[in-house]
Design a protein around this ligand. Structure first.
Ligand code: NAD
Length: 276
């Protein structure tokens, strides 16, 4: 036993309940994924970052998380739309960390268009990134989690995994799909210490939402303020965006001992949107 990786459960403190755990968070160079990575690191987990972005900014992020929490932080630039890239990332991860205890399938993209002229390449990309990558990663990592008797799969779905909105055919399909996949993983993992849950955020203030504000403002010919109030948060009773920190905090809870009986769920963090 010669590294933090091998730390026994007894060494985990209440303040660092995930010390010694290794977490892969897809799409963690930005937005919700980055919030989750920071929260897991704060709870003591070593972090494997993934996603796109400026190399220097990502190196700074790694250094910042490492310095703040004293955990190991690696980065993998795999394009999750490509199965070969996923395979290469997993090979490198095995060399770097030896295993993955916590898999957070977060990477996602969006495209908004009426179904009659929804671009086929956008449909394929959204299904590949938002849904199939979660299957490929879980498929590759599940057996070892099961054998070790601990594993956490946290899928970042969406309120759109529970309800639909017009013009988001691919996104709503992928998110409903990942809620279904979550239930299957939960059932297969239940007797082996492996849990799977889907977190279903409403609107969270991130670059993905920023982009939608501009797109919708153009599509409807209205101001950004009007898009926020009358379009994005129109169905949100709390009239506020959730934060990446809130999604991170729930992810940590699901990964700790306190979360061991929470499995197969789709948990809304949506200010009451899906309570309508
Ligand atoms: P974001 O655009 O800020 O971040 C997306 C991340 O995914 C980035 O790190 C990006 O580099 C990465 N990514 C994109 N394509 C990739 C690919 N092909 N391979 C690897 N990485 C890729 O978005 P966000 O708002 O933080 O969204 C994160 C997740 O949360 C998504 O699954 C999204 O659907 C979901 N979500 C977001 C909101 C919201 O309001 N922001 C609400 C509900 C659900």
């Amino acid at each position: 036993m010669n590294s933090i990786t091998d730390m026994p459960a007894s060494a985990r403190s209440a303040t660092r309940p995930l010390a010694g755990r290794i977490a892969l968070v897809t799409g963690s160079t930005s937005g919700i994924g980055l919030g989750i990575a920071r929260a897991l690191a704060g709870a003591g987990a070593d972090i494997a970052l993934n996603g796109f972005g400026d190399a220097e900014e990502i190196a700074d992020l790694q250094a910042e998380i490492r310095a703040a929490h004293g955990v190991r932080v690696a980065y993998y630039n795999a394009d999750l739309a490509k199965q070969d890239d996923i395979g290469r990332m997993l090979e490198q991860l095995a060399l770097d960390f030896g295993r993955v205890d916590i898999l957070v399938n977060n990477a996602g993209i969006q495209h908004v268009a009426p179904i009659a002229n929804f671009p086929v390449e956008k449909w394929n990309a959204i299904l590949a990134i938002n849904l199939s990558s979660a299957f490929h990663l879980t498929r590759a990592l599940f057996g070892a989690m099961q054998a070790r008797g601990y594993g956490r799969v946290v899928n970042i779905a969406s309120a759109h995994g529970l309800i639909a909105s017009p013009f988001k055919s691919a996104y709503v399909t992928a998110k409903h799909g990942i809620v279904g996949l979550t239930k299957v993983i939960a059932l297969e993992g239940a007797e082996h210490g492996v849990t799977a849950n889907a977190i279903c955020p409403g609107y969270v203030w991130t670059p993905l939402v920023e982009k939608q504000i501009d797109n919708q403002a153009e599509a409807h010919g209205i101001s950004r303020e009007a898009v926020i109030r009358d379009v994005l948060l129109a169905q949100t009773p709390s009239k506020r965006f959730a934060t990446s920190e809130e999604i991170g905090a729930l992810t940590v809870l699901l990964c700790t001992k306190a979360g061991q009986s929470i499995t197969g769920t789709a948990i809304p963090i949506d200010g009451g949107w899906t309570a309508h």
